[in-house]
Structures are given as structure tokens and as C-alpha cells.
Design a binder for this molecule. Structure first.
Ligand code: NAP
Ligand code: MG
Length: 521
């Protein structure tokens, strides 16, 4: 018998644009113009599909030119947050009954619409968070992948589930949604993570209060508007920009919120986890918390590594999107025999990295996200200079934009601050290891456990690292960034989070609960 699944093509990853095609270049230039012409536009809250203005506003600035206001959003008050949660709760009663197939259809339609407007979304990311063209497009491609993947996953979970037959009974297990969820994404994969977490929640039959990052609320406004354009019922996806420190606690602690889906820093994640654990008056459930947090990701360069490949992998993992990926390499751990040669080649490679306005084609590194990040990262560079030897970079670039040079600091001890604390910027600590044992111990010697990579040609080292390198996403002879939906389900161990494995087959379970129904026949 044909099932709905038969009519859906198997999931495949959306190709990322390299901008080698002149048509893509022209389209991107036009999109950048178009988005620039919309600068300063105001985006209200969206509660129950109604647009709500607020006196207070949040400005989204272009980090490459902070005097440019990419857009302004409303900023929710406690009352607005309360109304958004109420709206989501009312909408849940209807949305939970909508067949999985119809819910999935919204995700497939959204993927198609984003593909059509791809360059506009790309351009917005370039301006709003300072991504280079290919980095922006990779973010959008991942967002499309999440929509396509989770749509298909929901169809799979809606199929009859296998249970062991028992004579005299008819048994089934069905997956049902949880309720109202707070979705709280970071700014660094401003499209992919925001759309991934929201769409997973929605397709599973939940309703959402989306509190975007204050640094990337415009792209979230675009997505929420798009979903309503596609006919998503009111209240299913509410847009609630506001300061995390002002309305975050209220949303997280609210007794009608059933789950919190968070991606961001360790500090905020742990705070949310703690707050969510305490039941409020009238609360009838234990809240579920999905918290994906920071990293201190290492690439091990073994003595038998292909040196050029290792240098390239470290450079792109450390400095792609200015090192502002949770998967970014912030520690290169190099076995002693290759250490000096590695450093010299890395210095040469890093000297070729272009830092500048990401709206220009060909710029590799743009600005860091905001003034506060610039300050924090600069302080870490000072700390690093006192802890080791500056090999490359170390300075801010001239001008208003938040530009930092790609910075390499060598001879760092494994317990130095810049080897232990997440910096979230273009700063790489290089650490010398006596041998492979030492390298593995150093790699595992932080509280985090998100991604890691090993460059080696030795099968034994590959086996050992497979067993012992304690990270959620481990790679060999390739960069530590660039996880692909479906192929590399993503999430970390230890203080890197709950290991939710976004883009994997287990992910939707986090937004569902299973009900067993047994009938005597
Ligand atoms: P962040 O400062 O922790 O903020 C994340 C989100 O939490 C933002 O929307 C923020 O809102 C909100 N927030 C702040 N305080 C809150 C509170 N008390 N209650 C509820 N929400 C609150 O992180 P970020 O700077 O946006 O992102 C960078 C971090 O994310 C890095 O640590 C990185 O490693 C991590 N990350 C992890 C993954 C992963 O998969 N493991 C992926 C991407 C990023 P405001 O913007 O209004 O403060
Ligand atoms: Mg911005």
C-alpha cells in the first residue's frame, strides 16, 4: 500500500553557492542593493498573527558599519510575553489536531519559498550578522535542509510504530506533541538554528513563542512573516523579540510553557535549565529543556598528518565566520615533531586571509557581531599574549566596523585561560603535545565536548580517537565546522549541551511524547 512517504523524494542536502557563477554574483549584488534600500524598516511583534507595536525598540546594526541600522524590531514587555504565551496555548488546541502531513507541508512550502528568495535572505545575513557571501548562503542552505529534513521526519514519526504483538490485544504507540514551547536561538546561525528549532517544534504539533537573539531579530521577523504568508494559523508561531535578560526568565519560568529549546552560551543555558527545573504554581509538568551550548573545539595534528591539509583545515575552522561558530577550532593541538613546521605554514596561510566588508564579494572574514564581543575578544587577545607567543594578528582593524585580525597565539599551556574558556571570535590557541596520548588528553581536558577533528594517516590513531576523543561530532582529516543536516547530526557532550543531535533522526523526539494505546480484543 502506498503511504504518504512514498510520494516524498528522499532528503538531500541543499547545495551551497560558491558564487563562481556570474548569474549568482549579479543576483547577489542586486539583492544586497534591495536589502540596503529596506534598511531602517520597523518590524512589530507578531502575537496571534496580529502585529503589535511597542514603545521600546531593538536596533539591529550592521556590524561592518554600525551606524547603519539594518532594521528595528519591537521589544516585548512582560505583558506582551504573557499574551504571546496565551495565544500559543489557545492555538495549540487546534494545531495539535492538524494532520502531520499538513503540518509538514508548511515546512516544505517554506523551504521552497526561501529557495526562491535565497539571495535576499543571504544579503540580509551579510548585513545583519556580518557573514561573507558563502557563509551566509551556507546558513540559508542549512535552514532549507532543516525544513526539508524535519518535514520528512514528522511523516516518519506519524507512521505506525513497531510494537511487539501480543495475543488478544491490539497495541499501538503514537507520538503526540508537548504543548507551548519557548524557542530561544543565538545570532550566529541566525537563519539555520532559528528556523531549525522553530520548525521542528511546529511540525511536531507544538506552538511556539520565538524569542530571537537581539543581534539577529530581523531575519527571524522575515521568517515569521513568511510562515504567515504561507497560511500558518494564528498563534502557532509568535514573534517575541525582547531582551533576554528582561523577558527571558518570564518565558522560561512560565507555568504554561511546556518546553524550552535553547541554543546559545553555557551561562545562559545553565541558567535556563535551573529556572525551568523549578515548578511554578499551576504547572502540571516537568519542563523539557533542550540546551545546546558552547565549545572549546580542538583539532589534533598528529606527527604523521598531511601538513598542508591540516593547516588548511585549522585555518578555515578557526577563522571562518570570524571564529564565531560553536564548532570553530579554538585549539590546535600539534604533536611535537610537526609543531614548528605547522606554525610556520599556518602563519603564512593566515596572512592570506582577507578581513573587510562582507558585502564585498571575496571578503573572507567580516566583523565580529557587536561592540561587546569586540571588547571581550580583545581582552582575551591580551590574556593570550601574556599566556603565550603571538604568531599572527592580534589587532583591531581601522574604522567603525567591529573588525579583528585573525589571531594565532602559540606555546599555550593546556590549562591557560585561552585554552579553556570559549572566546567566540577569531582567536586560535596553539598547544604543543608530547605525543598522541598527550594530544588526546589535552583535547579532552576542558569542560566542553562539542566538535573535534584529527589529522592523521595512522589507522591506530583513528581508532583510538574514535574511542577516546569525547565530543559529539568527531571528524578525521577534515575541518571541524560545516556539519551537514542528515549526514552529521549535531550536538555536544558535557557543558556543550544536551546532545540533541539537530539534523538527526532522534531530534524530533525532543518535541514529542509517546502514548501507548492497548485494547483487548
Ligand atoms: P547567548 O548570549 O547565550 O544568547 C542566546 C539566546 O538566549 C539569545 O536569544 C538571548 O537573547 C537569549 N537569552 C539571554 N539571556 C536569557 C535569559 N535570561 N533567558 C532566556 N533567554 C536569554 O548566546 P549567543 O551570543 O547568542 O550565541 C553564541 C553562543 O551560542 C556560543 O556560546 C556558541 O558556542 C553557542 N552556540 C552553540 C551551538 C550548538 O549547537 N551547541 C550552536 C550555535 C551557537 P538576547 O540576544 O536578547 O540576549
Ligand atoms: Mg546586527
Amino acid at each position: 500500500m502506498a503511504t504518504t512517504l512514498d510520494r516524498i523524494t528522499p532528503f538531500k542536502n541543499e547545495p551551497v553557492k560558491s558564487f563562481a557563477d556570474p548569474a549568482d554574483v549579479a543576483a547577489m549584488e542586486a539583492a544586497l542593493e534591495e536589502v540596503k534600500a529596506s534598511f531602517g524598516r520597523f518590524y512589530p511583534l507578531v502575537i496571534d498573527a496580529e502585529r503589535v507595536e511597542t514603545k521600546k525598540r531593538i536596533r539591529s546594526l550592521n556590524p561592518a558599519a554600525p551606524s547603519e541600522i539594518v532594521g528595528e524590531t519591537a521589544s516585548a514587555s512582560a505583558d506582551d510575553a504573557q499574551r504571546a504565551i496565551d495565544a500559543a496555548q489557545r492555538a495549540f488546541e487546534g494545531w495539535r489536531e492538524v494532520p502531520a502531513r499538513e503540518r509538514a507541508e508548511f515546512l516544505f512550502k517554506a523551504a521552497a519559498a526561501i529557495r526562491e528568495r535565497r539571495f535576499l535572505y543571504d544579503a540580509l545575513l551579510v548585513y545583519e550578522v556580518g557573514k561573507s557571501w558563502p557563509e551566509a548562503d551556507a546558513d540559508l542552505a542549512e535552514a532549507i535542509d532543516f525544513l526539508e529534513f524535519y518535514g520528512r521526519e514528522m511523516l516518519r514519526y506519524a507512521q505506525p510504530q513497531p510494537v511487539t504483538p501480543i495475543a488478544g490485544e491490539e497495541n499501538e504507540l503514537v507520538y503526540i506533541p508537548l504543548g507551548v514551547g519557548a524557542v530561544i536561538p543565538p545570532w550566529n546561525f541566525a537563519a539555520a538554528i532559528m528556523i531549525g528549532m522553530s520548525s521542528a517544534a511546529i511540525v511536531a504539533g507544538n506552538t511556539v513563542v520565538l524569542k530571537p537573539s537581539s543581534d539577529s531579530a530581523i531575519i527571524a521577523a522575515w521568517f515569521v512573516d513568511l510562515m504567515h504568508e504561507l497560511g500558518l494559523p494564528p498563534g502557532v508561531l509568535n514573534f517575541l523579540p525582547g531582551s533576554g535578560s528582561e523577558i527571558g526568565d518570564l518565558i522560561v519560568a512560565h507555568p504554561k510553557v511546556r518546553f524550552i529549546s535553547f541554543t546559545g552560551s553555557k551561562e545562559v543555558g545553565l541558567h535556563i535549565n535551573e529556572l525551568a527545573a523549578k515548578p511554578e504554581k499551576g504547572q502540571r509538568w516537568i519542563k523539557r529543556v533542550v540546551a545546546e551550548m558552547g565549545g572549546k573545539d580542538a583539532i589534533i595534528v598528529a606527527a604523521d598528518a598531511d601538513l598542508d591539509a591540516a593547516v588548511e583545515g585549522v585555518a578555515v575552522s578557526a577563522f571562518g565566520f570570524q571564529g564565531q561558530k560553536c564548532s570553530a577550532c579554538s585549539r590546535a593541538i600539534v604533536e611535537e615533531p610537526l609543531y614548528d613546521a605547522f606554525l610556520e605554514k599556518l602563519r603564512e596561510r593566515v596572512a592570506k586571509i582577507t578581513v573587510g566588508d562582507p558585502s564585498r564579494r571575496g571578503t573572507y572574514m567580516g566583523p565580529v557581531i557587536n561592540a561587546k564581543a569586540l571588547e571581550t575578544i580583545s581582552k582575551y587577545i591580551d590574556v593570550g599574549k601574556s599566556e603565550g607567543r603571538l604568531v599572527a594578528g592580534g589587532k583591531r582593524r581601522e574604522g567603525d566596523g567591529y573588525f579583528l585580525e585573525p589571531t594565532v597565539i602559540a606555546d599555550i599551556s593546556p590549562n591557560a585561560r585561552i585554552a579553556q574558556e570559549e572566546i567566540f571570535g577569531p582567536v586560535l590557541a596553539v598547544i604543543k603535545a608530547r605525543d598522541f596520548n598527550d594530544a588526546l588528553a589535552i583535547a579532552n581536558g576542558t569542560e566542553f565536548g562539542l566538535t573535534g577533528s584529527v589529522y592523521t594517516s595512522d589507522e591506530k590513531k583513528i581508532e583510538r580517537a574514535t574511542d577516546e576523543f569525547f565530543v559529539g561530532n568527531l571528524y578525521f582529516n577534515r575541518k571541524s565546522t560545516g556539519a551537514m543536516v542528515g549526514a552529521h547530526p549535531f550536538g555536544g557532550f558535557n557543558m556543550s549541551g544536551t546532545d540533541s543531535k539537530a539534523g538527526g533522526r532522534d531530534y524530533l523526539l525532543l518535541y514529542l511524547q509517546a502514548k501507548t494505546v492497548s485494547r483487548k480484543v
